[in-house]
Every structure is written in C-alpha cells, then in structure tokens.
Design a protein around this ligand. Structure first.
Ligand code: NAD
Length: 317
C-alpha cells in the first residue's frame, strides 16, 4: 500500500494561521514582534529565501526589516550592525542569512547575536538550552520536522528514530528534539558502517544529507515514517529518469515542469520509498514550507520570552 503523504504546505499554513492569531492578540497590548533579516552581498538563492521570510512576516502581522550590506562588508561592520539590532527594543528576532562571504568570520557574527533574539537557534546558548531541555529558541527546520510528526499524530516516545546527517543546522538538533521526546535515537553520517541496515531499524527515519535520492527502499522498514529534509536540484535528464520513470503514472506533470525549467527539486529520499513507507514527506511540499512558518513562530516566541510573557501554544517552539 502506498504511504500516507504528509502535507507540509498544509501544516505550515495551519501554523502561520496560529501565529497570525498570536500576533493579533499581542497587538491588542501594543506589541508587534519585529524580525530583522541581514543579507550580505548578492547570493541569488539567499535573496529568494530572504524575500520569502520578509513576505511571510508581513502576512502574519509581524514587523520586519531587511539589512543588505554589500559583498565587501567587513566582520567589524557586521558586528556593529548586530550590536545595534541587539540594542533595539522593537527588534525581537535577528536572522543572519547564510552563507556569509568567505572573508567574514561567520562564527563570530553568529556568536554576537543576542541569544534572546536568535530566531535561527544557532547560538551555542540556545544549543545548550535545547540539550538541557530549558526554554530557548529551537532551529526552524528541526522544529518543523517535530510539528509534522505531532500534527500527523505519529508517535515518537519509545520509537526507534534514525537521523541521517549530523549538521549543526539540521541533523543534530533533530536528533536532540527526538531524544527530548523519548525516542531511541541513532545519528548516522558519512562514516557510518552498514547504513541501510541501521536505517532499517527505524520507525522514524529522518534524511538530512544533501544527496539526491540516496535513501532507497532497502533503507526503509515497511510501514516506517520517512521525513525527507533534503533539497537537491537535478538538471540531468538521466538523473530525472532515475527518479521519475516515464512509464509510471503521476510523473507526467513533473516531466512537463522539468522540460520547461530544465531542473526540478528532489529530496534525499527516492520516490520508490513511498511504496513501502507508512508515511512520507514529499519534496517539494514537505519539510521545506515548515522552515519559514517556524521562523514566524520563533519570532513571536522570542518577543514573548524576552518580556516574560507566557509562551505561545505551539508544540515545539
Ligand atoms: P550538511 O552538508 O551540513 O550535512 C550533511 C550531513 O550528511 C553530514 O553530517 C554528513 O556526514 C552526512 N552525509 C553526507 N554524505 C553521506 C553519506 N553518503 N552517507 C551518510 N551520511 C552522509 O547539510 P545540511 O545543512 O544538514 O542539509 C542537509 C540537506 O537538508 C540539504 O539537502 C539541505 O539543502 C537540506 N535543508 C533543507 C532545509 C529545509 O528548509 N527543508 C533546511 C536546511 C537544510
């Protein structure tokens, strides 16, 4: 039987609607949470992400502003900008869009963000809060993964969870969130022996690798929940055929888009996995939409935490 498809677009819309409600309630007491996005230089992909973040902030009723220092901005200049944003009371969230230009000391910049305004949850203080289960700001994509599980009524406590990928941005925080909810967690990476065998133990398998379609059916136990965090752009016709064989129903629309654009987005999980998984997130339309929704939720959360107000009622934020 084909897997249940977990609709991230729908779940993200639910969360944005809840955040809109929270923003309205705060507006009654004269508070409008504010997000500052810092985009250094001209990276086309980053520009698209930042536009999405600013647009979404406006839609849910948050204040937002963009800072766009040029490519040649120095670490010192950026530190001054961050210090200014840290000082301003109307700014509750500060997001520094990565990657930063190579000459900038990215670690120093991220460390300079006030942990109370660190809506990306990358500051070591927030990493520590997460691993010791204290209130703090949780990275958006991992928090989004947990919202998908919760809102799809997929049990976590006591389940075997396997996370492929150990990055600070996705793999590690996802593993920590699953552990905090009492899953038995295994974290795999590029040096893991017998990867498919380890993955087949999973009731919940999270792929955050960055390798198109690496997770095939031999990685997956029948009935498992598979969360695909990967976002990979494929442009090669042969590679496209490996994902979407022309003789299979449902692939026609993909092919039309691929031919029109010359590329398509795929995950780390091969579509054949849907034949044996119990539930699966698609790419696009799975984990991706959750990232911005959780950024909105984190900005409201930061505004409330900083003022000692009761936290909003989203499960993981
Ligand atoms: P990363 O490159 O920092 O980390 C990749 C991890 O995968 C590493 O820990 C590495 O050990 C592991 N890995 C690499 N090759 C492997 C192999 N052959 N076998 C086992 N493990 C292997 O990447 P990241 O930032 O964690 O992102 C992972 C993927 O998630 C990327 O495709 C990225 O685009 C995507 N992503 C999506 C969102 C979203 O909003 N949905 C957000 C962040 C990242």
């Amino acid at each position: 039987m084909a897997a249940r498809v977990l609709d991230g677009t729908k779940i993200a819309a639910e969360i944005r609607a809840e955040v809109t409600g929270q923003a309205k309630a705060l507006a009654l007491s004269g508070l409008r949470p504010g997000l500052a996005v810092v985009l250094v230089g001209h990276n086309p992909a980053s520009e698209v992400y930042v536009r999405g973040k600013v647009k979404s902030s406006e839609e849910v009723g948050l204040y937002s502003e963009q800072h766009t220092p040029g490519e040649s901005a120095t670490t010192e200049e950026l530190l001054e900008l961050i210090a200014d944003l840290n000082r301003r009371d109307e700014i509750d969230g500060i997001l520094v869009q990565l990657p930063l230009p190579a000459h900038v000391d990215a670690k120093k910049i991220l460390l300079a963000v006030d942990p109370a305004k660190d809506v990306d949850g990358f500051h070591p203080m927030n990493v520590g809060y997460l691993s010791t289960q204290r209130p703090g700001l949780v990275p958006c994509t991992p928090a989004g993964v947990m919202e998908i599980l919760k809102r799809s009524a997929i049990p976590v406590a006591g389940q075997e969870a396997v996370v492929i990928g150990r990055s600070d941005i996705v793999g590690k925080p996802v593993a920590m969130l699953l552990l905090n909810q009492n899953a038995t967690v295994t974290v795999c990476h590029s040096k893991t022996r017998d990867l498919p065998e380890v993955c087949r133990r999973a009731d919940i398998l999270v792929a955050a690798i960055g390798r198109a379609g690496m997770v095939t059916r031999d990685y997956v136990k029948s009935g498992a929940t598979v969360i695909d965090v990967g976002i990979n752009r494929i442009t090669d016709r042969k590679e496209f055929e490996r994902f979407f064989p022309g003789n299979q129903a449902g692939n026609k629309k993909r092919e039309e888009t691929f031919l029109a654009r010359g590329s398509t987005l795929v995950g780390d999980v091969h579509p054949e996995v849907a034949e044996i998984a119990g539930a699966i997130t698609p790419v696009p339309g799975g984990v991706g939409p959750l990232t911005i929704a959780m950024l909105m939720a984190n900005t409201v959360k930061a505004a409330m935490l900083r003022r000692g107000l009761k936290q909003p009622e989203l499960s993981q934020v």
